[in-house]
Every structure is written in C-alpha cells, then in structure tokens.
Design a protein around this ligand. Structure first.
Ligand SMILES: Cc1ncc(COP(=O)(O)O)c(C=O)c1O
Length: 428
C-alpha cells in the first residue's frame, strides 16, 4: 500500500472549521454573524499611524535609527514593558486588580489576541481526560480547542444572570463521583458573555471565587467585553477578589475595545505565566512590537474619550435589534444584555433547527446569524440539575446568536425585521 503523503493528526478528522470563521466568508448585507466591532475609532487610528510614522522619520533623521528598528523587530515573548505598564495602570485604576506593587507590568502578559491566551492556557494546563466546567452555552473559541486537546467538558445550565454558582458547586461533586476527578478549571465570561450576552451579579462572582478557593481550582475569567458596557457602574471582575494572584487567569483583549490588531493582555498567576510564556515562545515567538506601539498610544491618549462614543453606538444598535425582535419574532425568549455584542434568542419550538434555517432560508435572503449549536462542545457532558447527574452533552438546535455590533442601526432594523418575518412564516 502506498503511503498517504497527507497523514494528518487525528484531531483533524473530528474538529470542524469554526462556524463563525466559516460564516465570515459570506458577504451579505444583513450581517449579524461574528463579534466584529463596527464602531471603530477610525480617525484616531489614522492619526496615530501618521503621528507614529512622522515620529519614526524624525528619529531616523536624528540618527536614532535604533529606536525605529526596535519598533520593527522581535520583542520579548510576554510583550513590551512600556505597553504592559500602560495596561497595568488601567487594570489597577479601573478594575481594582491587585498587581505587583513595585513592578505591576511584570504581572501582564501580551498575547496575539486573547484567543492565543485561551489556547495557551489549555495547552499548558490540560492533559487528556482532564475535566473543565463551563457554562451552557459557552464561547466556541474556548470549547473547541479544549475538545481538541482531549479535555472532558462539563457544561452547566445558566440563566439570565449567567453562571449559577450552586449548579457549579453541585457539578464539581458530581464530576468527582462520575468522572473520578475534580475539574481542573472553570471557564467564564462574567461581563456580557459570548454567546448569551448575560452579566453575572456581584454575589455570583463572589460565590464562584469561593468555590475556586475551596476546591483549589483555576478560574479562567474571560473579560473580552469588559469595556463594552452600556450600564455603569459595572461589577468588579472576579479577578479583583484574587488579591494574591493565585486562582484567576484574567484575560482581556484590545479587539473589542480598541481595534482588531490581534493583541490580548492577561494577568496570570505567576506559575501559570511562566508556562504560558514558554508555550507562546513556540507558538509565535512574540506578538508584533509595532502593534503594541500603536495600541500604547491609543490607551495612553485616546481610549477614555473614544470609548463612550463607541458605547453610544452599540447601545443604539442593541436597542434597535431588541425592539425589532420583540415586534417581529415568533414565540421564543431573548436575552437582554447590558453590554457586549450579542443577543441570544431561543425558539419556543424545541424541534426548530436554526442551522438548517440559516442555510435554507436566512442566507438566501442575505441574512447571517450564528446558529446556537456552535456554542455547545462537540463532545462532553451536561450537568442535569433536575436529576443531579451528568448526561452526554446536550446541544439544542433551536437557538441563535444575533450580533448587533457590526452593522448600522438602519441595516439592523431592516434585516432583523426581515428575519422575524421569515421565522414567523416558518414557525406559525
Ligand atoms: C469571549 C471571547 N473571548 C475571546 C475572544 C478572542 O478575541 P481576540 O483573540 O480577538 O482577543 C473572543 C472573540 O470573539 C470572545 O468573544
């Protein structure tokens, strides 16, 4: 028998392309798919590029080429100190996060998007069959790499306020009984999560942190939408409770709050940071220095003025979408986010298949949303609260995530009403 020249790794046969990435290919007018930021401070970034270019030219003319060479070069694996310092100051000031007193920037790690931080956490902490607790549904960019790396994911039901600590506590006990081990970590998006858009109240954040301490578990707190909050003030991150920097890996990203320049910033407990940086050293050596330079200017000079303008736009888009859903969708429930990029809708008809409907009806009508099934793991378990047991993962088909972040209110108004009409024709 001749040898197959493309003898791919086993995971390639059971891990599909990301549903969100797949849908990005379609260029339709009514785009409610991926979490693409649409209210971007374009003028500010154009100005930063001009100013930075001019500054570099001045440096070259003055004979300081080395400074410019540094901007265009490889940098430290965990990020440039000047940028880490800017971010550290913000995290301490606005999010009440305790960092090293003398050198707070040492506690910050820069990654190539927070997606890389998620991947590196899994890559460094998870062995085959390790158990991870997360919400049902959850961000697919965490779920799929976890499955790929052999984790056993246990999803725990959520409500309109996100993760429910009592269910997490019961699920930890059941994991010990049925899977023979405690979960290694919990993954949560407490501020306007992806995909449901729900936000955890203070008491729940505290209870989840207590659980991590009691069971010696890591919390992976993904704060991707932390700055995209319409309702102020916001609850402190769970990380703010972790004063000894021991239990919470806190992930943030510039993608949603600044621009998609593929730069994430995290606070890891020191032992984790060491391993994650080692991993990153092999994943991409370092994140681009020039992008850190650009973002550093943005965070030092512009973000505090630019963000409120962006939030106003997102809030308006959200309100337009919520109203159009309420007025045109058939029987079902939607979430009511106080921030973030998404509304989650669930049809009252549990047999309805939103993926099939997307292919057969929505796409031909120029509409894209993400079928909810993408946000449940391909393999794993669901904690059934009514029977207090684990069952094979439940992946309901009757839900959808509809993003309001990218398109203008006018388009949302037209597109969501069109979607509502099509859904009503199908389901009534
Ligand atoms: C919850 C969540 N975490 C992480 C990411 C990854 O973002 P990035 O890699 O752009 O920082 C996303 C992107 O959509 C997200 O929604």
């Amino acid at each position: 028998m001749t040898r197959d020249p493309y003898d791919f790794a086993a995971w390639t046969s059971f891990i599909p392309e990301s549903e969100i990435r797949r849908l990005l290919k379609y260029n339709v007018p009514y785009y409610f798919g991926g979490g693409k930021p649409g209210a971007l401070p374009v003028e500010i970034f154009a100005k930063i590029l001009i100013d930075l270019g001019q500054e570099q030219l001045d440096q070259i003319r003055k004979g300081n080429e080395a400074r410019v060479i540094d901007d265009l070069n490889y940098g430290p694996t965990g990020g440039k100190p000047f940028f880490r310092k800017t971010l550290a100051e913000r995290l301490m000031k606005y999010d009440h996060i305790t960092l090293d007193k003398d050198n707070p920037e040492d506690d910050i790690t820069i990654t190539t998007g927070s997606q890389q931080a998620l991947y590196a956490i899994l890559d460094t902490c998870i062995d085959k069959d390790d158990v991870i607790l997360t919400t049902s549904p959850a961000y697919l960019g965490f779920l799929t790499p976890a499955v790929k790396l052999g984790a056993r994911i246990v999803t725990v039901p959520t409500d309109l306020q996100g993760a429910i600590p009592e269910h997490f506590e019961a699920a930890i006990k059941i994991c010990e009984k049925e899977l023979g081990r405690k979960p290694e970590m919990m993954y949560l998006v407490p501020d306007s999560d992806n995909p449901k858009g729900t936000t955890m109240p203070k008491q729940r954040r505290e209870a989840i942190f207590d659980l991590a301490m009691e069971h010696n578990m890591i919390i992976v707190e993904d704060g991707a939408y932390r700055e995209i909050q319409f309702r102020q003030p916001t609850e402190k991150p769970i990380k703010a409770l972790d004063e000894d920097n021991k239990y919470v890996a806190y992930l943030r990203t510039t993608s949603k709050e600044a621009a998609v320049l593929r730069i994430g910033y995290s606070v890891f407990p020191p032992k984790m940071r060491e391993q994650i940086c080692k991993d990153k050293g092999y994943l991409d050596l370092c994140s681009p220095t020039l992008l850190q330079r650009i973002l550093d200017i943005y965070y030092r000079k512009y973000i505090d003025k630019a963000l409120p303008k962006g939030l106003k736009i997102y809030k308006r888009r959200y309100e337009t979408m919520a109203k159009a859903i309420d007025e045109t969708f058939p029987a079902g429930k939607r979430t009511d986010p106080t921030g973030g990029f998404f509304i989650w809708w669930e049809s009252d008809d549990s047999t309805f298949d939103t993926k099939q409907f997307l292919e057969q009806t929505a796409l031909p009508n120029d509409i894209i949303y993400v079928p909810g099934i993408a946000f449940y793991p391909l393999r794993g378990f669901t904690y059934r609260t009514d029977e207090n047991m684990l069952v094979d993962v439940e992946r309901p088909t009757n839900t959808m995530r509809i993003s309001y972040s990218f398109t203008s209110s006018d388009i949302i108004e037209k597109g969501v009403r069109r979607l509502g009409k099509l859904l009503t024709e199908k389901l009534s």
